[in-house]
Design a protein around this ligand. Structure first.
Ligand SMILES: *[C@@H]1O[C@H](CO)[C@@H](O)[C@H](O)[C@H]1NC(C)=O
Ligand SMILES: *[C@@H]1O[C@H](CO)[C@@H](O)[C@H](O)[C@H]1NC(C)=O
Ligand SMILES: *[C@@H]1O[C@H](CO)[C@@H](O)[C@H](O)[C@H]1NC(C)=O
Ligand SMILES: *[C@@H]1O[C@H](CO)[C@@H](O)[C@H](O)[C@H]1NC(C)=O
Length: 756
């Protein structure tokens, strides 16, 4: 390189994210790269820097994040690292779950990287890498917004994954947006164009997959669709869907050019000319054979200083549902309104202005409500949980009474992401439910529907509810009754949720037939809890990673809450005898439970973990049900005693789940917070959870199981053993405080639930 050019490069070099480990950022040997001192202009992260930043998070198979934490993370810089499918450092993916998604911006002839590592990746031959300087990052419930400066131009990259709980068809669209917005004044005074592309990694987790792709234009938009040639319907590889297609689309304005080609060729064309030349690669091949990428270049003009892209993953069919007549494939709910994917993509692309406005309102509401009930820390927690929770379930068509696909019907199916991929796991729908109660309780009914339909089919033989329906996306059921046994847990969970539904939803719509229809099933589960709930035999609770145990006090609370819930449910449909009977059982059980479960240690009264273990203690998070359903079964002193006990047991980053380990679950911490009757008791949990997030040790989508002493995954510091619970539905449980406020409204409870 000529010395003059070298000098120019040095001058033009605005910034690079020096905090990234050298191994991730390999520059061409002749590049004038000299790491600049970051300290003078390190970006702000608001409300905090999450362990992984959601980019396109809309379904179990569209779950792209930017890991920030741990030793290998991006530290929050969008440029320089690739997005990844949720299980960041999870064994099983040959390419570490990378999802190549590149973003370049060309300003007055100079090209800067702002998304992914198209220039700074060691495999790139396009160096030297100029990186747009990231000045700020902010997230809301639906958006991740990065602000940049490059070549005297400021611009923003906004990743919006819409959450539309009250519009089910739109909620079911498996797409997300990337919007690049350039400062309009700068657009006036500079020549600017932007470029983005995706690789075939979005279409398959298998690097050996043969790819095929198409480019279609119509209705004013251009759509790249890439899929694996050998479609494996209902199969996964490294947690990605091996059927369907990945799509990247944008509006076709003047000076928008689509193209596909070998990675360095396509990006090189943009770097050289500021636009693609419209050629498409037709040599279908393996994902990593001369890696094909699929992109668009868009010219930024003063009248249109932004470019909006749609990214997604479309499959047909969605899931495979068990019936007495065999497996029935069900379609994504959006297919009932859009006959072709192109129509759905076009609708999504064109509704950006409306969706963006609605998202701003939704975000504002979540933030304001959360701040009102428990301040800024609580808002940061629930905002980070929103997209993750909503991306763990999918809305589909339903099943008719004679076991066929019902295009008028709706069901929701949950994937128990990362902990094993189970489908419709009851004790995972359960911790998710507070966010649904807060946003739209109908969604809870729709998630319970597959379980109730399966129960009604008569295929499941046990006296208690099934644990799950199969491995996503195959709801095959357990007709032999050999599912993971959690009898008391699931019976209690179902009755708790069903009572909530009756309370906040069906009572409003006077839909008593729903309760009537399932009444005998609910009653049989209650009978089971009456027999087996007070003194639970050795079994698993939802915290199955801790193993089986007899006489779990918290599990008995779940059973008592379930029986109490059934009493209210019975009264709600005029079955007074049942109502009075179950209430009497629940009250008698509370008296016995109190005698068995409570103990005193050093003058402090608290619940044991198990009746027989005097030296033990546990987080009694199921007490939340007593408050949420306003059952008033347990006396107030118990709540106060537990709060003081937790305060004495708190570690640096949280209150351990129980006396066996120092780990805890974030969802149960917030359930316990929502059971506290004063501000101090509540904030103990919330503030420590935020300290855990801020510690930056974990590097994946909001992990819900962590060590309270280290803020790391269990096992990373030689403690316990490695378990990675990431991107799971249970973060919806962080909405427990907001759910309580809503349930209190429905219950007519006027007292401030948090004692001021
Ligand atoms: C930015 O603006 C300053 C002042 O006008 C100018 O000296 C500099 O060359 C510009 N830098 C770039 C990269 O355009
Ligand atoms: C890719 O195609 C080749 C040739 O048709 C075939 O042998 C191979 O099995 C395919 N690979 C996969 C993963 O399907
Ligand atoms: C779902 O079932 C099909 C067979 O019907 C099988 O090929 C596929 O691997 C299963 N998917 C998962 C994720 O287990
Ligand atoms: C469970 O508790 C009951 C009631 O106190 C007791 O009879 C039983 O022995 C306990 N079970 C175990 C395994 O300790």
């Amino acid at each position: 390189m000529l010395p003059g050019l070298l000098l120019l490069y040095t001058l033009l070099w605005t910034h690079t994210a020096t905090a990234r480990p050298a191994s991730q950022t390999v520059f061409a040997a002749d590049a004038s790269f000299s790491p600049l001192d970051d300290s003078h202009h390190s970006p702000s992260f608001s409300p905090l820097l999450p362990p992984a930043i959601p980019l396109a998070v809309k379904s179990p198979y569209l779950n792209a994040l930017l890991p920030t934490g741990g030793d290998g993370g991006s530290k929050g810089y969008l440029a320089g690292s690739w997005a990844r499918h949720w299980p960041v450092h999870y064994p099983g993916s040959p390419r570490d779950y990378r999802l190549s998604w590149a973003g370049l911006i060309r300003i007055d002839g100079t090209t800067y990287e702002f998304l992914g590592a198209p220039l700074s990746d060691s495999k790139s031959s396009l160096g030297p890498a100029r990186v747009a300087r990231q000045t700020a990052f902010e997230y809301t419930a639906t958006k991740s917004v990065f602000s940049f400066e490059a070549g005297n131009v400021t611009f923003k990259a906004t990743f919006l994954s819409p959450v539309t709980p009250n519009d089910l068809v739109r909620q079911s669209l498996p797409f997300s947006y990337l919007s690049i917005d350039v400062d309009p004044d700068a657009a006036q005074n500079h020549f600017i164009s932007v470029y983005t592309d995706i690789s075939g990694e979005w279409a398959s987790g298998d690097p050996n997959a043969n790819l095929t792709w198409t480019y279609t234009s119509g209705s004013g938009i251009g759509v790249h669709a890439v899929s694996r040639r050998e479609q494996l319907v209902f199969s996964e590889f490294a947690e990605q869907a091996e059927w369907g297609e990945a799509v990247l689309a944008t509006e076709l304005r003047r000076e928008t050019v689509a193209g596909s080609g070998e990675v360095n060729d396509l990006r090189g064309t943009f770097i050289k000319h500021g636009r693609l030349d419209g050629t498409h690669d037709a040599a279908y091949r393996k994902m990593d054979d001369r890696q094909p990428v699929f992109g668009f270049s868009v010219q930024i003009t003063p009248s249109r200083p932004s470019a909006v892209f749609t990214i997604g993953h479309v499959r047909q069919p969605y899931v495979n549902f068990v019936t007495p007549e065999g497996q029935v494939p069900l379609a994504g709910l959006w297919t009932t309104r859009f006959s072709r994917p192109l129509d759905a993509i076009s609708y999504f692309q064109y509704s950006y202005p409306r969706t963006s406005r609605e998202a701003a309102r939704f975000d504002e509401q979540v933030r304001r409500d959360a701040q009102r009930v428990s301040g800024d820390n609580y808002a940061a927690l629930v905002e980070l949980s929103t997209r993750q929770a909503f991306a763990t379930f999918e809305l589909t068509t339903g099943v008719t009474e004679d076991w066929r696909e019902d295009k008028e019907g709706v069901m929701a199916h949950l994937k128990e992401i990362s902990s094993n991929g189970d489908m419709s796991t009851i004790d995972v729908i359960f911790p998710l439910h507070p966010i649904l109660l807060y946003t739209n309780p109908t969604l809870l009914a729709l998630l319970l529907e597959p379980i109730l339909v399966y129960t009604h089919s008569g295929l499941y033989p046990n006296r208690w509810p099934v644990h799950d329906l199969g491995t996503y996306p195959n709801a095959t059921g357990y007709n032999d009754g050999n599912d993971e046994p959690m009898p008391v847990e699931e019976a209690g969970n179902m009755l708790w949720c069903v009572r909530l539904m009756a309370l906040v939803y069906f009572q409003l719509t006077a839909d008593k037939p729903w309760v009537e229809k399932h009444y005998e099933v609910f009653k049989s589960w209650t009978t089971f809890l009456t027999d087996d709930g007070l003194v639970p035999a050795e079994q698993l609770s939802t915290d199955d990673f801790a193993g089986t145990l007899s006489n779990q006090t918290n599990l008995a609370v779940k059973a008592i809450v379930g029986i109490g819930a059934m009493s209210e449910l019975a009264k709600g449909v005029g079955r007074w005898t049942d109502g009075i009977h179950y209430r009497a059982v629940a009250e008698a059980y509370v008296r016995e439970w109190t005698a068995l479960a409570m103990t005193e240690t050093g003058g402090a009264r608290h619940a044991k973990l198990a009746y027989q273990d005097d030296g033990s203690w546990g987080t009694l998070y199921n007490l939340f049900g007593d408050r949420l359903l306003n059952l008033k079964l347990f006396d107030r002193q118990l709540y106060a005693d537990q709060s003081s006990w937790y305060a004495g047991k708190a570690q640096k980053y949280g209150v351990p789940l129980d006396s066996r380990h120092v780990w805890t679950k974030t969802d149960w911490e917030v359930f316990a917070a929502a059971s506290a009757t004063d501000k101090k008791g509540r904030e103990l949990f919330i503030n420590l959870l935020v300290d855990y997030l801020k510690a930056g040790k974990v590097d994946a989508a909001f992990p819900d199981l962590y060590e309270t002493t280290t803020a790391n995954f269990p096992g990373r510091d030689g403690l316990d053993w490695p378990i990675y619970f990431i991107s799971r539905p249970v973060v919806g449980g962080h909405f427990a405080l907001l759910a309580l406020e809503k349930a209190n409204g429905a219950n007519g409870v006027e007292e401030n639930p948090f004692g001021g």
